[in-house]
Every structure is written in structure tokens, then in C-alpha cells.
Write a protein that binds this ligand. Structure first.
Ligand code: AHR
Length: 512
């Protein structure tokens, strides 16, 4: 059995939990939109074609803000193709995913769907093939009350009231050579600055995200952020980060330690943004929008073939692409990535798990069939539900294990929040130990624990292994179950985490 000793203190907080940390992402990619959230004719679809079975799971997942419509897709997208009478909308080739886009689903449909889902919209604009004119037009179309060309067109298309979209991404992954309309940092920085300015002239209340690096391993990482923020500092509020992790060649130890890279990435971007702030003598801070993150098996699973096949194959509508089936190990890693985001909640104000349905997603759905939860659904849903109030600063003294990529890494990973209004402390644990359970002792300084409200664990199911997944036939094989033996008395919490597990403990507390 390994051991970990954690100390938290009611007075030592990181900041308020940004609720936008529990965001997700809907891209026109594969089956995320078509046969994912939208499938007219499905037995569970409403009159808009919105699948209510999927929507129910989206609500249970608790996503707060959803980025749309891409991703790589947005860099070749004309947003005007997705408005107006459906029969007039053009069919287009989407070069990013080698797909025929019917445009049956567009901006109005996404706004209506978001209202049903109760989620905020984070709209990405095309700065690959488009520019300043289109950027300001979509803001006028979406947010201006009426009496102008674009706002009146919105009214004509059925939405009298403005959409009032606050959050906008200035393009997507513009540092990536794969991106349609890829740019150098100077080219993108200038364009983003001018687009941002023009968008704010239309609606000064909007918040803007500049593209950062597509991953920390990009050769331009660091320099890109520095150049882009030097151009855009006064115009934007956030800089973006994207990161995907997967188990390479059976190196599970490094995979389980992926959050070490997330920590490094976040802290490096904060340092770079603050250096630009100092050099430019700016007052405000630029915050971080981690608007694509997840486990994504880019190599070594059949989804790799799906990706290769669509690009080589014929042009099709909504092909099956990167539909990763997540196992127990992936769920534990997702729990640690969420911990990293939460621990940095003073600067990471937005985060979007990519994506929502079917495409590297917590929810899977079949055309004309059911929808179900993947393993990674569970840590996300519980954290979105319970991580409220203040993020607590933690001191962690955990036994370690060694892995190739990150060296010595804590076996136990944790984050915690305190909600003064409800008198609840929530702790989110992961045990990276593949063989050993972990004995965890937490000192709850400043708190007097009254009772354990909830203690749940996700672990290897009976008769399964770390590769166990949920499927259409066994949708509940990997799920949360009660974590037994959790003891909270006074200012001490004791529990044992099973090998390779993710767990949540919610306590009712009084101030000590
Ligand atoms: O989420 C899948 C893809 O990953 C997105 O389209 C792109 O932005 C990223 O490279």
C-alpha cells in the first residue's frame, strides 16, 4: 500500500472556481453534430431534430459552456452558409475533415440547442480563410438588437432577440501547419488584433480569446504566445491552450502522469503572458482558456485508421471519425487533467473538454440507436457538479513512482474546493498506482468535519482490467460506486483509494 498525506487550510485558497472550467466542445466533425446532438427522424428527436436522449446526458454531464463550430473545421467555414431557410443552404466540401457539410445545422440551431441544454455559447470565428469583415458581421448578426443589415437578417431568419454571445475565439490553432489558412505569429497576431478591434466596435461587452499553441510540443511554443500577445494584449482577454494525451507504446506510467505536462504548459503560458504584460507596461492580466483538452489516441487504436481512411476515402457526410472508446485508465487520466485545471483556476478561467458527443467524447450515440456514457463521463460530471466555491491550496506529500517521461511523479493526485454557502468541502482524488491501493490521510485545517455526504469511486470493474470500457451492450460496466471506509472526524479525513482509481469525497463541515 502506498501512502499520501495531504494538508489543506480553510484560509489558503487559490480563488473562486470558474464555472466555465467545465466546458465542452461541439465541432462539425465526424458524428458530433450529425447523429450526435442532431438527428431528425431519430425516435428521441424533438421537432428541431435535437436528440433528447443525448441532451439528457449533456445535462447530467453538467457542461457549462460549449465551444462551436470548430476546431479545424472553422478555419474553412462560412458562417453564413448555416443561416436562413435550410433548402437554400449550400452543400460544401470541408477540407479539414474531408467531409461533405450539408449545413443543415448552423448558428440558429446551435443557439436553440444551447438554450435547451442550458449552456453558454463560445463561438469561434474563421481567421483562416476569412478576416475582419466576416468577424464583425457575425457579431452584428448575433448581438445587435436590430435596424441594421445583419441584425435584421437574424430577425428575418427567426430570432427577434439577439443571441447575446459573450465569448468569442479568434480562430483556431493558427500556429498549426495543418490549419487551413495557417499563419505566422506576426501574421496571425496582426489579424487577430484588427478582428478583435472591429468586433468590439460592434459590441464592447464581448470577451475574446486569442489562439495560443496547439500543444506544448509545438516548435513555436512560447515564441508564438509572446508575439501574438504583443500584438493583441489590449484587445483580448484570454490566450488559448490545447492538449491531448494518450498511452504511447504501452508506456502507461508516463500516460498516467500526463497532468504533469498540463501543469507545465499552464505555468509556462502564465509566465509568458505575464512577461508580455511587464514589457508592455500593461495593467490587466491575460487569463487562460484551455479550450481543447482530453485523452485522444492519435496512434495505436482503430481510431487512427478512421482518421486515415476518411482523408484517403470518398467525400461523405458525417463519417465515423476518432470515436475513441475510453477505458478505466483514460478516466483516471481525465480526472488528473481536471485536477490540474482546477488547481490553476486563478488563471485558467475557461476549459473545454474536446469533444461532447462521439468524437473523442464522454457521450457516445448510435444513429437511430441509443446514447450512453463513456468512462470519462464520470469524473467530469462529478467535478462539474461539486467543485463550487473556493479552490483550496493543497500541500501534498505522496509516495512516488518513476516513469520515462516525467521522472518521479506523485502516486496520488488531488484537488479540493470549499463551498461556504452549502458548508461542503469536495475532494477529487486519483490513484495512479497500477498495483497498489493508496492510504490517504488529509488534514482539514480550519474545518470540523460533520459527516461524509458522498464518497464514490471509479475503479476496475469486477472481472475486468484497466482496459475495461462501457459499450452499447454494457453501458454501465464502468461507473461510480460507493467508496467504503471513508472516515472524517474533526479535522481529519482518512480513506483508501483502490489501485488505479478516481474518487470523490464530499464532506459537510463547520468552521473549526
Ligand atoms: O478536437 C479535434 C481537433 O483537434 C480540432 O478540430 C482541432 O482544433 C484539434 O487539432
Amino acid at each position: 500500500m502506498s501512502r499520501a498525506r495531504i494538508t489543506l487550510d480553510r484560509d489558503f485558497t487559490v480563488g473562486e472556481v470558474p464555472r466555465r472550467l467545465f466546458g465542452s466542445f461541439v465541432e462539425h466533425m465526424g458524428r458530433c453534430v450529425y447523429t450526435g446532438i442532431y438527428e431528425p427522424g431519430h425516435p428521441e428527436a424533438d421537432e428541431n431534430g435535437f436528440r433528447q436522449d443525448v441532451l439528457k446526458l449533456v445535462k447530467e454531464l453538467g457542461a457549462t459552456v460549449i465551444r462551436y463550430p470548430g476546431g479545424n473545421f472553422v478555419s474553412g467555414y462560412n458562417w453564413e452558409d448555416g443561416i436562413g431557410p435550410r433548402e437554400n443552404r449550400p452543400r460544401r466540401l470541408d477540407g479539414a475533415w474531408h467531409t461533405v457539410e450539408t449545413n443543415a445545422f448552423g448558428l440558429h440551431e446551435f443557439v436553440d440547442w444551447s438554450r435547451q441544454a442550458g449552456t453558454e455559447i463560445m463561438e469561434a470565428i474563421n481567421l483562416g480563410t476569412k478576416g475582419v469583415e466576416e468577424a464583425r458581421a457575425i457579431v452584428e448578426y448575433s448581438n445587435h438588437p436590430g435596424g441594421t443589415y445583419w441584425s435584421d437578417l437574424r430577425v428575418k431568419n427567426g430570432h427577434k432577440d439577439p443571441f447575446d454571445i459573450k465569448l468569442w475565439c479568434l480562430g483556431n490553432e493558427m500556429d498549426g501547419p495543418w490549419q487551413i489558412g495557417h499563419k505566422t505569429a506576426d501574421e496571425y497576431g496582426r489579424l487577430a488584433q484588427e478582428a478583435a478591434k472591429a468586433m468590439r466596435y460592434v459590441d464592447p461587452s464581448i470577451e475574446l480569446v486569442a489562439c495560443g499553441s496547439s500543444k506544448s510540443a509545438m516548435p513555436t511554443f512560447g515564441e508564438w504566445e509572446q508575439t501574438v500577445l504583443t500584438h493583441t494584449y489590449d484587445e483580448v482577454d484570454y490566450v488559448s491552450l490545447h492538449a491531448y494525451y494518450f498511452e504511447e507504446e504501452g508506456d502507461v506510467g508516463s500516460f498516467l502522469a500526463s497532468a504533469v505536462d498540463t501543469d507545465f504548459f499552464i505555468e509556462s503560458v502564465i509566465a509568458t503572458a505575464d512577461a508580455v504584460r511587464a514589457k508592455g507596461k500593461h495593467k490587466k492580466h491575460i487569463n487562460l482558456s484551455f479550450d481543447e483538452w482530453n485523452v485522444w489516441y492519435q496512434r495505436g487504436r482503430d481510431t487512427e485508421d478512421q482518421l486515415r481512411n476518411i482523408v484517403k476515402g470518398p467525400w461523405r457526410e458525417h463519417p465515423r471519425v476518432i470515436e475513441d472508446h475510453y477505458n478505466v485508465t483514460d478516466a483516471v487520466v481525465v480526472g488528473t487533467l481536471l485536477n490540474s485545471l482546477l488547481r490553476h483556476g486563478d488563471r485558467v478561467k475557461i476549459a473545454n473538454q474536446a469533444q461532447l458527443v462521439n468524437v473523442i467524447a464522454p457521450i457516445l450515440s448510435e444513429e437511430n440507436g441509443p446514447a450512453w456514457k463513456q468512462t470519462i463521463f464520470h469524473p467530469f460530471a462529478r467535478m462539474a457538479e461539486l467543485a463550487k466555491g473556493q479552490i483550496l491550496r493543497l500541500s501534498v506529500d505522496s509516495d512516488k513512482y518513476s516513469n520515462d517521461r516525467f521522472g518521479d511523479t506523485d502516486l496520488v493526485d488531488v484537488s479540493a474546493t470549499w463551498n461556504e454557502e452549502t458548508g461542503r468541502v469536495a475532494l477529487f482524488f486519483a490513484n495512479r498506482g497500477l498495483e497498489e491501493a493508496a492510504d490517504v490521510e488529509t488534514a482539514l485545517r480550519g474545518f470540523d468535519a460533520r459527516q461524509v455526504v458522498r464518497a464514490e469511486v471509479l475503479e476496475i470493474p469486477d472481472g475486468g482490467d484497466r482496459f475495461s470500457i462501457n459499450s452499447q451492450d454494457q453501458p454501465g460496466r464502468v461507473a461510480l460506486k460507493p467508496l467504503e471506509g471513508v472516515k472524517a472526524t474533526g479535522s481529519e479525513l482518512r480513506l483508501t483509494l483502490p489501485a488505479l482509481s478516481w474518487a470523490v469525497v464530499e464532506l459537510e463541515v463547520a468552521k473549526a
